[in-house]
Design a protein. Structure first.
Length: 237
C-alpha cells in the first residue's frame, strides 16, 4: 500500500510515507518537536517526504492520522490537514486511535513482541491522563477497555505486561510500579503498521467524515470555579 501517516496529538510531530513496492523498504519518516511549530512545518514536511518517496497524493491508498485523544489543537491540525489532502486527491482517510498507536509503538520497542498486554497512557494535562487497555495476539490488536480520562492515582491495576506512554516523568510516582514501563509516543510509523488491518476491517472513511476523538469536553475552569479553588488552596490553578 501507498500510505501517508501523520500524528500531532502530543507535543511531537510525526510523519511517515510508505511506498508499497513490496520490497520491504523502510518508510520515509520525520519526527520533530510539534506544538506551535506544527502549523508551519507539517505540510512542507509532508511534501518533502512525498517527493522523496516519488509519490503523488493521488497515488495514495489512504491518508492515516492519529485521531486522539490528545492535544485539542494538535488533533484539529492533523484532522484538517488529512481531510484537505484527501479531498484534493480523492483518497479515503483512516482515523486511528492515538492510544492504540502508543500500544503498537511499545510492542515494536519490545522487539516486535507477538503477544503483549499494554495499558497505554498519554498526558492529558490538567493533572489527568488518557488511558486504555489493549492486547496483541495472533497478529491482531484487541481493545480491552474504553478510553478513560483519570487522575494518575486512579489507574486501576489490570496486570498488563507493560505501561506505555509519555507520562512517567510527570506522574511516574503516582502510578503502579509493578509493571514494566516503556516510554512511547503515537508515531506515524506505528500508524503505518496498524493501517493494513484497520483498512481491511473497513476503518477508512470519506474525508468529510473524518473526525478527531475528544475525550475531555472541558478544558478550562469558569471564573467561579477558579475563585473557589483559590479559596481552598490559596493559589490559582
Amino acid at each position: 500500500m501507498n500510505l501517508l501517516a501523520l500524528d500531532t496529538s502530543t507535543d511531537s510531530m510525526s510523519i511517515a510515507v510508505q511506498r508499497g513496492t513490496g520490497d520491504g523498504a523502510a518508510p520515509w519518516q520525520h519526527n520533530a518537536t510539534g506544538g506551535a511549530k506544527t502549523s508551519s512545518h507539517l505540510i512542507p514536511e509532508i511534501q518533502r517526504l512525498m517527493a522523496l518517496a516519488q509519490l503523488r497524493f493521488e497515488d495514495l491508498d489512504a491518508i492515516v492520522f492519529g485521531a486522539g485523544p490528545g492535544s485539542f489543537t494538535g488533533l484539529r491540525t492533523a484532522c484538517s490537514v488529512a481531510q484537505g489532502l484527501a479531498f484534493g486527491a480523492s483518497v479515503p482517510v483512516l482515523p486511528v486511535d492515538s492510544l492504540l498507536a502508543v500500544a503498537e509503538e511499545a510492542r515494536w520497542n519490545t522487539g516486535n513482541a507477538q503477544s503483549l498486554a499494554v495499558t497505554a497512557l498519554l498526558d492529558a494535562r490538567m493533572d489527568e491522563l488518557y488511558t486504555a487497555d489493549y492486547a496483541f495476539a495472533h497478529g491482531i490488536w484487541t481493545q480491552l477497555s474504553d478510553c478513560r480520562l483519570i487522575k494518575p492515582e486512579s489507574l486501576v491495576w489490570s496486570s498488563p505486561d507493560v505501561l506505555a506512554g509519555n507520562v512517567f516523568d510527570g506522574y511516574g510516582a503516582r502510578l503502579p510500579n509493578t509493571a514494566t514501563r516503556i516510554r512511547a509516543l503515537p508515531t506515524a510509523t506505528a500508524l503505518l503498521r496498524l493501517a493494513p488491518a484497520l483498512l481491511a476491517a473497513g476503518g477508512a472513511v470519506p474525508a468529510d467524515q473524518a473526525l478527531p476523538s475528544y475525550i475531555r469536553d472541558k478544558v478550562a475552569q469558569t471564573t467561579q470555579e477558579r475563585a473557589a479553588t483559590k479559596a481552598l488552596t490559596g493559589s490559582v490553578p
